[in-house]
Unconditional design. Structure first.
Length: 196
């Protein structure tokens, strides 16, 4: 047991050193809520590094089509009948496990006004594990398989979960990397529904 704790502590220290070397003081500014204006010229914050290359809110969503577990091909991009929340996830991701019950609840509560597509980034997972995840959490909204990571790359995916809120006109309203408290995610969903 002590050996496992020591190994974990060493890994966390190495991760901290690597992040500091790659992002300099910007990492600590990001974690403490500082802004980029206070950073040395050329320094990157962790938030900036994640967001580089990702589509921005207010821009058109990249288009993609993926097949779901039900054999239907689902499309994202361009105009649609309802806004959509696209949730990129993997079965081994602990934050994804924590968020899954909230997404199920949001689907039950807002499903008549909002499409939710769970996109399993199968390039980092397996179909079997994704199926077990869907069954365990009782997911009834469409689950799509991104077997070649094509859709995830369109959004410059770097972390699970990543949620993209897209309005009926195909415009990205929000891009969330990581997990939010359920009330905060629900507030963003309500804002999306009001804007559509």
């Amino acid at each position: 047991m002590k050996k496992n704790v020591s190994i974990l502590a060493l890994l966390l220290i190495l991760l901290g050193i690597a992040l500091y070397q790659n992002y300099g003081t910007g990492l600590f500014s990001f974690l403490s809520g500082g802004n980029e204006a206070s950073q040395p010229k050329g320094a990157k914050t962790l938030g900036t590094a994640i967001a580089e290359g990702a589509p921005k809110p207010g821009s058109m969503s990249p288009s993609f089509a993926l097949e779901g577990f039900d054999g239907t091909t689902y499309h994202v991009g361009g105009e649609r009948d309802k806004p959509v929340l696209v949730n990129f996830w993997a079965s081994w991701c602990d934050p994804c496990k924590a968020e899954a019950p909230d997404l199920v609840r949001f689907h039950e509560k807002y499903g008549d006004q909002l499409d939710i597509y769970g996109v399993n980034v199968t390039a980092y997972d397996t179909v079997e594990k994704a199926e077990a995840f869907v069954k365990e959490y009782g997911i009834e909204f469409p689950v799509l398989l991104d077997k070649k990571e094509e859709a995830y790359k369109l959004f410059n995916g770097m972390a699970f979960p990543t949620n993209v809120l897209i309005d009926k006109n195909g415009v990205i309203q929000d891009l969330i990397v990581g997990i939010l408290p359920p009330k905060d995610l629900e507030a963003k969903i309500k804002k999306l529904l009001k804007s559509s």
